[in-house]
Every structure is written in C-alpha cells, then in structure tokens.
Design a protein around this ligand. Structure first.
Ligand code: AMP
Length: 500
C-alpha cells in the first residue's frame, strides 16, 4: 500500500496528523512508528546464515517484513521482502547471494498504511563514500520536520520511514570519515532508537542518548554481534558481553577491532522503555542485566499484593501474560490454570486495521477451556490494556464458557499516552484508559472487578537500582516524554508517516 493512502484507502484524506500530542483529533492514520528488531555481525564466514537465525529469534519484534544486507569489503548484497523471516528467505538462492563476513538484519513490525516492500529495511543507499545499509528499531520524533527541510532542498525520498532521513543526513555531512558523518547525522535527530549501520567494511551500532530502545553486544567465537535482545545470542550460541550504553556508538572494523565512543553532546539520564519489560521483549531475554520473565513474574506478585481477589483460579492471556499470571497465582495462593488456548497460527490481532477485523481475529486466536472455567470465579491476568479489545472480548468469552465471575488484573498501570519512540500502540484517542477512571474502564470491558499495577509497584518489580519511575521511559503511563516532540510536527506529517 502506498504510504500516502489512508486506512480507508481514500487518498484525498491527506490530513496532517500527530498521534502523540494531547487533544489531537482522532484520525485513522498512523505516524512513522517502527517497532522492530535488529541484528548485526562482524567477522563470520557465514554472516548471512547467522543473521537469518538471529532474525528468527527476534521475529516477535516484527512480522511485516524482513531483510538482510551483507558486505564483503567491496560491495553490499541485499535481500528483503514482506512477511516472516522464513518466508522472505524461503528460496535458497536468496541466502546464497548474501556473501561476505559482515551483515545486518531487520524485522519490521506492521503499522497499517505503511505496509509495502519499499518500507522494508535495511535501507540501502549508494553514496560517494560507498554503499551504506541502515537497520533501525525505534522512532525519530523529528524525522518528518527534517525530511520536509531536505525535500525542500531537492532531496528525493523513496520510502516512508525515518531511517531514510538518517541516510540523507549521513550522505550530506561534510565530515572527513564515515564515522564522523554518522555522528554528525545522529546529532541532528532525536528520539528512541537502536541503529545498525553497515558500510562495505565495517559495522556500526548506536543507541539513543536515553537508551530508550535496547541494544546488546555479544561475541560469537571470534565475531562481534549486536542485537535488540539477548534471546538472539542464545539462539546462535553467542555470549553476551554487555549492553550498548545510552548514547554509545560502537564501530567494528578491520580484523574485528572494536571502538566505542559517546555520540551525545550532553549526557542524558538513562530511561530504558519499561514496555519492553511489560510486553515487547521475549521472556527469555535479559534487559539491563535482568531476565524479562522474572520481572514479569515479580510484576504479577506485586499485583497480587496490591490488588487481591476472592477467586478460584488464575489464568493468563497467552503468551505475554503467562509470566505475570504465574506470579499472581504464587503470591495469592490461588491455583494457576490453563484457561485459554492460543492458536499459534494466527497473526497478532493488535495490528489489524479495523475494530471488526481485530475482534474476529481474536475469536480465531483464543479459545477458553470450558471444563476449567465452569462455575469458577476467575482472575484473568493480562500484561496491558491498550484499546480494550482483548479484555472486552475475553471477559465475554469466559462468561460464555461458564465463568461465574471475572476479575481482570493488569500487570502495568493504565495506558493513557501514545508512544512516539517506537512501540506501536494505538493513538491516544483510541486508548480505553484515556480520560476514563478505572471503574469506567471496568464497566467498558464488562468485568466484575478491574485493577492495574501501580507505577511504583511496576518499577519495584524490575529490581533495578533506579530512583523510581524516572529511571525508565514510562511516558505511555504518565505522559512525561523524555525526548520532546517538536511543536510544529503536525504540519509535516502525512498519512503513513511521510513527511510533507
Ligand atoms: P488491546 O486489545 O488493544 O487492549 O491490547 C492489549 C493486548 O495487546 C494485550 O493482550 C497485550 O498483551 C497486547 N499488546 C499490548 N501492547 C501491544 C503492542 N504494542 N503490540 C501488540 N500487542 C500488544
């Protein structure tokens, strides 16, 4: 689909939209949100094969498109496509072409309206300094404004994604070396990002100044690897070395020499995204040195202490809430039961463009176990409520399956603000907790009771030595955006995230 089309397919509806700001009018279009997974390797004889396996491990971070670019010291080799990693690289020829010992890969999350091959990453450009490929997880909040400026100066864009803005900035830099040009470009943009850049003979990894998006460094025998999540290292047999620091740029060049430098002018307070812990990352990954499953379980325990329920069984919404639900069950002493069966072959319901689409996909995806549910008072634990589609549907489903009472418990606080840093949730106007008190949300989803985990309880559950919520990006719960959104952004936004 062309990035300028609206969800309804009406190309005339090219309204300027800004999904994050308070009070913006509800509009079916989306901003340039790219919630994705990245992986890079330097110095492996079968770089493409390793990237492929790592991308499969990161598939949960994006199912819309996948791509790999490799380099052999002189040229770049690219293969990208729409769909799952295994589909995109189904034909052996597509892998065989990807020669070289350096490589980067990307999986992209579906954001409706911008789903087309042209938006698949890595973005590849030919420059006077040679070929350059960029793979990016996150979102640059000022990309539309910069894009507008560049387009006015004659720049031509071929995708709707902000990664291309970075490519332009790198190419335009007058700096002597490619590393300096990258630093130049990075200093002109703001947002939450984990970025991998491949040149013909080097690999660069950068994490945003607040460390909002995750990036990990590892070692696979003699090769260096960089990944969004540590589960990719486990899959390929790599060893975790450390997290890339907020604002750090790592360059790996000849013979695997690793150089680290800070690319931020003024150090910023680290504020990693708490939603990675809540929902997005895989439970077998570690973030900031702590295991995601353990954190989710601790969130469930905390929730049980804060919001007990008089009930017979606890069930979780597969898969992301199972950890929290087991924590809730253990702490409360109420037995955990397998109450919902998930059909693994149904794509994520969250990303369906229409409400009817989301609802019917949910029916296909989750089925309650009537035998377990009949006559029971059920605690239903989910990691989050965004639009409320899932909770509303599940409460009804459990009642139809015989549940006597349904007590909804959410292992995170009310989600009230849209994310501008790369987590694709709904726009603010669609968020069910926006402008509603908890009991109003309870009524809207039809539960007997509803309780959310407190902000403090959530932070405590991470076990990390931070001084409260300010040690994370918790903007989706509080509206406190660590990276300011440009005031005049609305002027530059078009449907599909294209700059005007
Ligand atoms: P909703 O149905 O809109 O209330 O979305 C909440 C459900 O979607 C919960 O079951 C979450 O596990 C899941 N979820 C939360 N955030 C996301 C996200 N960014 N992408 C996909 N699913 C999500």
């Amino acid at each position: 689909m062309d990035g300028r089309m609206t969800r309804s397919g009406d190309p005339t509806l090219r309204l300027a939209v800004h999904p994050y700001r308070e009070g913006w009018a509800t509009h079916p279009a989306k901003g340039p949100v790219d919630e994705c997974g990245v992986f890079g390797i330097y110095g492996h004889p079968e770089a493409a094969r390793v990237v492929y396996h790592a991308l499969i491990a990161l598939q949960h971070r994006g199912q819309e498109s996948a791509g790999i670019v490799t380099a052999d010291g002189a040229n770049l080799y690219t293969h990208r496509g729409l769909g799952l990693v295994s589909d995109v690289f189904e034909k052996p020829e597509s892998m065989a072409r990807l020669v070289g010992e350096i490589g980067i890969g990307h999986v992209r999350y579906a954001t409706y309206g911008a789903s087309r091959l042209g938006n698949a990453q890595p973005v590849v450009v030919n420059t006077r300094r040679g070929g350059l490929a960029l793979a990016h997880n996150g979102n640059l909040v000022d990309a539309p404004v910069i894009r507008h400026r560049l387009e006015e100066g004659g720049a031509i864009f071929t995708t709707a994604i902000d990664t291309e803005v970075l490519a332009h900035l790198i190419v335009r830099s007058r700096a002597a070396s490619i590393e300096e040009a990258i630093v130049d470009a990075i200093n002109q943009v703001h947002g939450g990002y984990a970025l991998l850049i491949l040149t013909e003979d080097r690999l660069v990894g950068i994490r945003d100044p607040h460390g909002i998006r995750p990036l990990q460094l590892g070692r696979l025998n003699g090769s260096w690897v960089l990944a969004s999540e540590t589960c990719a290292f486990d899959t390929i047999g790599a060893e975790f070395v450390r997290e890339v620091a907020p604002g750090e740029m790592i360059t790996i060049s000849e013979h695997g020499k690793l150089r680290s430098q800070s690319v931020v002018k003024e150090p910023a307070r680290p504020r990693p995204c708490i939603f990675e812990f809540i929902y997005f990352a895989r439970p077998d990954s570690n973030l900031a040195g702590v295991n995601v499953h353990s954190v989710r379980k601790a969130m469930g325990r905390e929730l049980a202490r804060e919001a007990p329920a008089d009930a017979d069984i606890v069930i979780g919404v597969p898969d992301s809430s199972i950890s929290a639900a087991t924590g809730y069950a253990e702490e409360s002493g109420i037995p955990y039961e397998m109450g919902l069966i998930k059909n693994r072959y149904i794509a994520r319901t969250f990303i369906m463009p229409t409400q009817t689409g989301r609802e019917s996909a949910l029916k296909l995806k989750l089925n309650p176990l009537r035998k377990v549910m009949e006559g029971k008072r059920v605690v239903l634990v989910d990691d989050s409520i965004v639009r409320g589609t899932t909770s509303r549907h599940l409460v009804k489903l459990l009642r139809e399956a015989g549940a006597r009472e349904v007590h909804m418990r959410i292992a995170s606080p009310p989600y009230r603000y849209s994310c501008p840093y790369g987590i694709d949730t709904a726009q603010s106007g669609e968020l069910i907790a926006r402008g509603r008190e908890v009991d109003e949300v309870r009524d809207a989803i039809g539960a007997d009771s509803l309780a959310y985990l407190s902000l403090e309880g959530m932070v405590k559950a991470t076990g990390l030595p931070v001084d409260g919520p300010g040690g994370f990006c918790v903007a989706c719960f509080t509206g406190d955006y660590p990276v300011p959104i440009p005031e005049d952004l609305d002027k530059y936004m078009l449907e599909g995230g294209k700059g005007r």
